[in-house]
Design a protein around this ligand. Sequence first.
Ligand SMILES: [Zn+2]
Length: 359
Amino acid sequence: MSCQQDERYMARAIQLAKIGRYTTDPNPRVGCVLVRDGVIISEGWHVKAGFGHAETVALENISDAQGTTAYVTLEPCSHHGKTPPCCDALIKAGVVRVVVAMQDPNPLVSGRGLEKLKSSGIEVCCGVLQADARSLNRGFIKRMTHQRPFVRSKLAMSLDGRTAMASGESQWITCAQARADVHQLRAESSAILTGINTVLADDPLLNARVDWPIQQPIRVILDSNLRMPLTAKMTKLEGRSLILTVSTDEQKHQALKSVGFEVYNLPAKNTNLNLHAVMEFLHQQQINEVLVEAGSVLNGALLMEDLVDEWLIYMAPCVLGDQARGLFSLPGLKVMKDKKDLTLRDVRQFGPDLKLTLS
Ligand SMILES: [Zn+2]
């Protein structure tokens, strides 16, 4: 089998894996195709946690998989989770060759599935379209290897780098197409993180308004002093709303829990939440990808602590003037050598606006 052929089938497996990108949390997105004599005879992808893995779905779709090659975007599992190990299923079905895009990122099991397949006589090839497979599961990989989620922060600004008027009024700087793109970002995310000041200013819903089936992101609000209003609009929504705080005011804890919030005490840094502890907490909650939608104070703090993996900045061709609010509150920066440098990764246009991706 030529490398080109392997890439073609793996590209199809990655395409299938992508179907799960709105629903598989906290599991990774995985796709699989079974090929015999140059023909794809079955396909599968992981739909959601508790459902079958991509390999078993593909195997269940056909009566005979003898002599096939399996293309899988992630190393097949060799351990008993909610479902039996996929390695055993591939071996039992008579698959003769397994091509995978990347090893399991979990250091506790990485490589074990491939070893198991090899030791039962199956030819194994690893690393086909690895970069594409890795980018599909950035959050899962980050959580497994760094014990924290992949964090993206989304900001909307004017041509002069302003995000809101001095009064806090910010709706809307960007165009409808850019805002629709944000709902897609939310739909792909495991959680949306914001600060209490944003909630007090905008009373946001923090949900993804898209017209296809998704698992809604978990809402996470940093609220050091428990200022969350009991009447916030998000209390009317289904799904989890988490408040992270340093306040031990039991009365406030109980009041917020009574309207549906989950309230957690986390370690402080000075009088605010320790942001590293926040990321550790999100990892414990099995959150793969976080979308930050916050104001200049939280974004400034995240930038200083180097906790954002990717910045998504929508820039509209308007001017808000120098009384308006900036992107980042960074009171510590005084001289040019203190400046924070980012790298531009991508630029694209949405209607009249630009979307900049930086890291
Ligand atoms: Zn599996």
